[in-house]
Design a protein. Structure first.
Length: 257
């Protein structure tokens, strides 16, 4: 049932109320006119379709970048985990850093205020320090390869940060919402004009359905606008992209021996 009620909110009731009131006023004042419905597509349908498409494209792009981020984190950790020259304590430290990085960044994406990026960047600096060449554990060649992977990790994190901060144009969505609120008072006279010989209840129903469908599409776009907040059914399942690989300290004795 939730998937049907998710797109219903206070804006839905406002629009439906406007539709009912506008029909009542037009019938009471006998006010009607004939207007070309192409205005509806220019003023409402075109910006509505555009914003929905852009919000969906941002969501799909975020999924691709999240997949690349998890793959880069896993590749970095597994590359060090298989290094027999590196002490187990350092492997545990790196595993903890990778888990912390993944968790902190996931929490940052879920947070509406998006306030944890400084902690995420600090963890990346610590990972850079781990990747510096050492006497035996990490050679210069291996360090360069690790630096490239860390660069991929940082690039993906900053890309997701940009997707989170910059959504579809705010002014366009504001204009669209205002147009939806005014729409019942503009097109109800046209509906009354074309259905003047039909029962009055039919005019009320059709006008309410028209307003309900349009505002529901707007609410759908609004839910897709932030695919990270975990409030909508179509939000990205961020928990599936967290790095949760077991570290050396989590492995059973038989596996570590």
């Amino acid at each position: 049932m939730r998937k049907y009620l998710e797109i219903v909110n206070h804006r839905t009731f406002i629009i439906v109320t406007f539709c009912i009131v506008s029909v009542y006023v037009c019938l009471r004042l006998d006010y009607a006119y004939n207007v070309d419905w192409i205005f509806l597509s220019i003023a409402v349908l075109f910006p509505l379709v555009f914003t929905i498409r852009e919000a969906f494209r941002r969501r799909q792009l975020a999924i691709r970048v999240l997949s690349a981020l998890k793959a880069a984190i896993s590749a970095f950790y597994f590359g060090l985990e298989n290094n027999v020259k590196m002490p187990v304590d350092e492997k545990r430290q790196i595993n903890g850093l990778m888990r912390s990085l993944s968790q902190k960044f996931t929490d940052s994406l879920k947070d509406p205020e998006h306030q944890s990026m400084d902690e995420v960047r600090d963890i990346i600096r610590q990972i850079y320090a781990v990747s510096t060449p050492r006497n035996e554990a990490i050679s210069s060649n291996a360090s360069l390869k690790m630096m490239r992977v860390i660069q991929d990790i940082q690039e993906n994190i900053e890309s997701l940060n940009g997707i989170k901060i910059h959504g579809t144009p705010v002014s366009l969505r504001a204009y669209l919402l205002v147009s939806l609120y005014f729409l019942p008072f503009i097109f109800t006279p046209n509906l009354v004009y074309n259905l003047h010989d039909d029962p009055r209840w039919l005019i009320y129903v059709l006008n309410s359905i028209n307003g309900f469908v349009l505002i529901s599409l707007y609410n759908l776009q609004d839910l897709l606008e932030d695919p990270f907040d975990q409030m909508g059914l179509d939000d990205i399942k961020l928990d599936q992209f967290e790095f949760l690989e077991p570290g050396p300290s989590d492995l059973p004795e038989s596996a570590s021996s």
